[in-house]
Design a protein around this ligand. Sequence first.
Ligand SMILES: Cc1ncc(COP(=O)(O)O)c(C=O)c1O
Length: 384
Amino acid sequence: MVASDIRERMKLLAAKEIIHLGGGLPDPDIFPYAAVAAASDRIWSNPTLARTALQYSPSEGHGPLRAWIADYMTGIGAPCGVENILITSGSQQGLDFVAKLLLSPVDRAMVEIPSFIGALRAFDAYEPNYVGLAGGDPTGVKFCYAGPDFRNPTGTTMSLAEREDLLDMADASGMAILEDGCYERLRYDGQPIQSLLALACARHGSIEDVPVLYTGTFSKTIAPSLRIGWIAGPAAVIRKLVLIKQASDLATSALNQMLLLDVVQHHLADSTATACAAYRGRRDSMLEALAEHMPAGVRWTRPEGGLYVWVELPKHLDATRLTQRALAEHGVSAIAGAAFYPRGIPAERNTMRLSFSMIPSEPARQGVARLGALASEMLSSPQR
Ligand SMILES: Cc1ncc(COP(=O)(O)O)c(C=O)c1O
């Protein structure tokens, strides 16, 4: 596409009201604005806190926040202390650091297929060869990346038996598990299942002996802009990751860590409940709209939490073409599933990811209706 074509297309898109079913950004209406403002007032009105807030933080993270997270992890079945926690700039940085620690070029990394695109891009920098988790051979694999709850992009959840099987595989092969706990708190129905880290702690008796490194985040329960995530794992590994943190950015912002700590101490339960209530309703209405508007032969997942629904079109329908046409002709953004496949592994061409996080139910229903009409049209046209 030449520059003037792109400009024309941009004008066209700018002129249209786009229905965003593509990105999975949290809804800004649910951010805890008043709680962040009150936390900020408390910091600036206390000279000791204010001085700490504008100073470098330790590379490991702000001590009281690490202690809070250690208690939180203990509360969800992974008993640990501050020495088991490293604060990172979002959990994305944690994914990058673990890959930096464990991967060298041509090492084998096991991933779910499809997988979170941000994790794949972080791992790509260390040039691994990818192996799929389902049926994959763990021999020589450095780590397996898994998002057990309401995965991005499929919205599916790993059963307890699948979690135990993965832990068996790690114990037998010596590979590590990198558990992405990003969506764990966003459960709308069904029973919570213990994290891989918690199950491993129960098996091995202590976090110091587990093969699991867990990345967590407050991006989906509080606000992503504070960029506060963490890695939990054996203290010996955390110490190595601290050196990587030092070399990378010295430390995460002390101010953001202190704001976040104040907000989670008082409001994590409320914020999480607000997010779950909003997203549960949107998920329900997206699932209804799919049932109402998708032509026969289209299937989709029914997530118990998180932000995503994965749609599988009939085999011969190209989702990349469909999502391009949906945006250009019908003002609806969705992401073709091919984007979520690791390098070197052929992608299914007939899948797409929809997110219900960003826009209210009614426009989302309209978006799904337009996608359904387009899918019907493409199925009945000879060129598709
Ligand atoms: C599965 C998954 N993991 C990690 C992240 C990174 O989140 P953050 O860096 O904001 O903690 C995201 C972001 O959307 C995600 O979907």
